[in-house]
Write a protein that binds this ligand. Structure first.
Ligand code: IPE
Ligand code: IPE
Ligand code: MG
Ligand code: MG
Ligand code: MG
Length: 329
C-alpha cells in the first residue's frame, strides 16, 4: 500500500490541471455561446468564464479517473483520459452551479461584495436584477447540460441519481440551507466577545460550513465517481473524503479572509470581520482555525492511506486535499 505523507504533496497539481482545465474551459465557452437576450448571456458568461480555480470540477474529474483506473486495473487497460468524455459535461455543470452560488453570495442582500475573481462582481456590472436572473439561468441550465450532454454510454439510472444528489447538495437540504444559517449566525462572533454566548455553544459553525460549502464539494467528487461506474463503497469513500476536503476548504477560506490580499484572492479581504460573519476565525480564532485544518488534513490523509483505490490514482487526491488547505488564493 502506498502511504500518503502529511508533508505537502510533491505531485505537480498544476501540470495535472492544465490540460483538464483547458478542456473544461473550452466546453464551457461552447455551452455558453452568446445568444439572446444578450445582456443575460453576457452576465452568465462574465461570471462562469472569469477564471476561478476550478477545484470542484477537477475533483470530479480526479474522482472519475480514480474509479476508472481502479476498476480497470486488473485488466491492465486504459489511460485515465478515457473517462474524460464521460465527465466533462458534469464538470461544466458543476462550474455553472458554483458560479451561480458566487453571483448570489455576492449580492447586496447577502455578502454585498464588490470584487470576485479580480473583477467587479456580477451585480456591479449588470445590475442586481440581471445578476439574480443570470444565477437562476446558470443553475437550471447546468441541469440541462448534465442530462443532455452526458454521453449515452452512462447508465441512465446513475445519471438520475446524480441529478437528485445535485438538488440535495445545493438546495434546501444543502447549500441554500447553509447560506440561510450563515445569515442567521451573523453577529455570533460579537456575542462571543461580549460573553453573551460561548464558543462551545456555536458548534453550529461546523454545520454551516458543511451545508454551505462541503455538501457541494462532496457532491462533485461523488458525482464524478458515480458517472465513472463507482461501487457503493467507492461512493461512500468519496463522500467522506470530499466532505473533509470541503470543510477544510471553507476553514481555509475563512483564514484567507484575514491573511490574504486582494491580488491573490481576487476578492476583498477582511470582509468577514467587517460584516460580523460567523467564521471559524471570527468565532474561534486563527490558531484554532489552523489546528482544525491540521486535524482535517490528518483525517483526509488517513482515509487516503486506507483506501482501496489504485495507488497511481491517489497522489492527485492527496494534492487536491493539501491544496484546499495550504492554498494562498
Ligand atoms: C469561493 O469558492 C466560495 C467558497 C466556498 C469559499 P472558490 O474559492 O472555489 O472560488 P473560485 O471558483 O476559485 O473563484
Ligand atoms: C460562500 O462562502 C459559500 C457559497 C455557497 C458561495 P463565503 O461567503 O465565505 O465565500 P466568499 O468568501 O464570498 O468567496
Ligand atoms: Mg457568504
Ligand atoms: Mg461571500
Ligand atoms: Mg469567505
Amino acid at each position: 500500500m502506498q502511504v500518503a505523507s502529511d508533508s505537502p504533496s510533491t505531485f505537480d497539481l498544476e501540470a495535472y490541471s492544465c490540460q483538464r482545465r483547458q478542456l473544461i474551459e473550452e466546453r464551457l465557452d461552447e455551452y455558453l455561446s452568446e445568444r439572446k437576450p444578450e445582456k443575460l448571456w453576457q452576465a452568465m458568461r462574465y461570471s462562469v468564464l472569469a477564471g476561478g480555480k476550478r477545484l470542484r470540477a477537477l475533483l470530479a474529474m480526479a474522482a472519475a479517473e480514480a474509479v476508472y483506473l481502479t476498476n480497470t486495473a486488473s485488466r491492465g487497460v486504459g489511460s485515465e483520459s478515457a473517462v474524460w468524455p464521460t465527465v466533462v459535461p458534469l464538470c461544466c455543470a458543476i462550474e455553472m452551479v458554483h458560479a451561480m452560488s458566487l453571483v448570489h453570495d455576492d449580492l447586496p442582500a447577502m455578502d454585498n461584495d464588490d470584487f470576485r475573481r479580480g473583477k467587479p462582481t456580477n451585480h456591479k456590472v449588470f445590475g442586481e436584477a440581471v445578476a439574480i436572473l443570470a444565477g437562476d439561468a446558470l443553475f437550471i441550465m447546468a441541469n440541462e447540460i448534465l442530462v443532455t450532454k452526458t454521453p449515452p454510454t452512462v447508465d441512465r439510472e446513475a445519471l438520475i441519481k446524480v441529478v437528485a444528489e445535485l438538488a440535495q447538495a445545493v438546495g434546501p437540504e444543502g447549500m441554500v440551507a447553509g447560506q440561510i444559517y450563515d445569515l442567521a449566525f451573523t453577529g455570533a462572533a460579537e456575542k462571543i466577545e461580549k460573553k453573551e454566548i460561548y464558543p462551545e455553544d456555536i458548534a453550529m459553525i461546523e454545520t454551516i460550513h458543511k451545508y454551505k460549502t462541503a455538501a457541494f464539494i462532496a457532491f462533485s467528487a461523488r458525482a464524478g465517481a458515480r458517472l465513472a461506474g463507482a461501487s457503493a463503497s467507492q461512493l461512500a469513500w468519496f463522500g467522506q473524503f470530499a466532505e473533509i476536503l470541503g470543510l477544510a476548504f471553507q476553514v481555509a477560506d475563512d483564514l484567507l479572509d484575514c491573511t490574504g490580499n486582494m491580488k491573490d484572492l481576487g476578492k476583498t479581504p477582511g470582509k468577514d470581520q467587517a460584516a460580523n460573519k460567523a467564521t471559524w476565525v471570527t468565532c474561534f480564532g486563527m490558531e484554532a482555525a489552523r489546528a482544525k485544518l491540521s486535524e482535517l488534513e490528518d483525517a483526509g490523509l488517513t482515509l487516503l492511506d486506507n483506501s482501496d483505490l489504485e495507488p497511481s490514482s491517489r497522489p492527485v487526491l492527496q494534492a487536491l486535499l493539501q491544496y484546499a488547505i495550504h492554498r494562498k488564493s
